[in-house]
Design a binder for this molecule. Structure first.
Ligand SMILES: C[S@@+](CC[C@H](N)C(=O)[O-])C[C@H]1O[C@@H](n2cnc3c(N)ncnc32)[C@H](O)[C@@H]1O
Length: 260
């Protein structure tokens, strides 16, 4: 795959509109992440790493559980993470695929990062190697299911989104479906996975986040012919209509621990 494929070359990671999109993402998906962290039982004094921390909400959750001084938040783009430093969280500009290990951890969490990273299985193995014996890796990854849409235009728009993200960013829209096998292959034990679908009810934060995500690649999607302007307009209208509901975005949360 081309070296030019990456998140940062295709998404304006400093823009207010991207911050707003990540804030919506957090509002929608934080409750599931919190349940996964509770399932693992993150405790005071655990050394925690949040990989690809985005706008930082999961790093804050980890700080609430483990203490801010025990949390490291990494990303390729750390502008949105700067406010975390004032809380005592360590913020690091770091590429999960190539940079030196940022430490040794009792818990490493990452959400909606590995599907966008080329060499994702190697990145997963790297993260597994940064765990202390008995430490937990928790990975959340998304896989859209356009074929389940109740509205053809929404299905077409979602398919176009998946294809364009694959072409422009290198995103693998089905990688999550093999979880937790990838964690087992990285040498972890006690592996498990669970799926979670947030209904995209018209006007809800989930529907608004989907529209914001479509807008990231709207221009190239239209230019490629993967979706028409009419289909996209119909999809946006559905996402604004409170009587519309769709269940087309599956998140898989997987966990496993390093053998003691
Ligand atoms: C969809 S956003 C998810 C943000 C955050 N994890 C969340 O769920 O709220 C993907 C994030 O992964 C980061 N990212 C992409 N490639 C990365 C890499 N190779 N190493 C570290 N972070 C990366 C992006 O900068 C972006 O913040």
């Amino acid at each position: 795959m081309s070296d030019t494929l990456s998140w940062a070359t295709n998404v304006d990671t400093k823009a207010q509109v991207e911050h707003d999109r990540l804030t919506l993402l957090q509002e929608v998906f934080d409750p599931f992440s919190a349940r996964l962290l509770d399932r693992v039982g993150v405790a005071a004094e655990w050394q925690c790493l949040e990989v690809g921390a985005g706008a930082g909400s999961v790093a804050r959750m980890l700080a609430d559980r483990a203490g801010a001084a025990n949390v490291t938040a990494t990303d390729m783009s750390i502008d949105f993470l700067e406010p975390l430093e004032a809380t005592g969280i360590r913020v690091l500009h770091h590429d999960v695929t190539v940079d030196e290990p940022p430490g040794e951890f009792d818990l490493i969490h990452s959400r909606f990062v590995l599907e966008h990273v080329t060499g994702r299985d190697e990145a997963l193995r790297r993260m597994a190697s940064w765990l202390r014996p008995g430490g937990w890796l928790v990975v959340e990854s998304a896989t859209p299911t356009p074929e389940l849409s109740s509205e053809p235009a929404v299905g077409r728009a979602l398919s176009a989104l998946a294809r364009l993200m694959a072409r422009l960013v290198g995103t693998d829209p089905v990688w999550a479906r093999r979880l937790p096998v990838a964690l087992e292959e990285a040498g972890l034990t006690d592996c498990d996975a669970e799926g979670h679908v947030v209904p995209a009810r018209g006007g809800s934060p989930m529907a608004r986040w989907l529209v914001a995500t479509h807008r990231v690649i709207e221009e190239p999607a239209l230019a490629s012919g993967a979706v028409t302007a009419d289909e996209l307009a119909a999809a946006y209208a559905a996402y604004a209509n409170p009587s519309f509901v769709d269940h087309t975005w599956l998140t898989i949360g997987a966990l496993g621990r390093r053998p003691t």
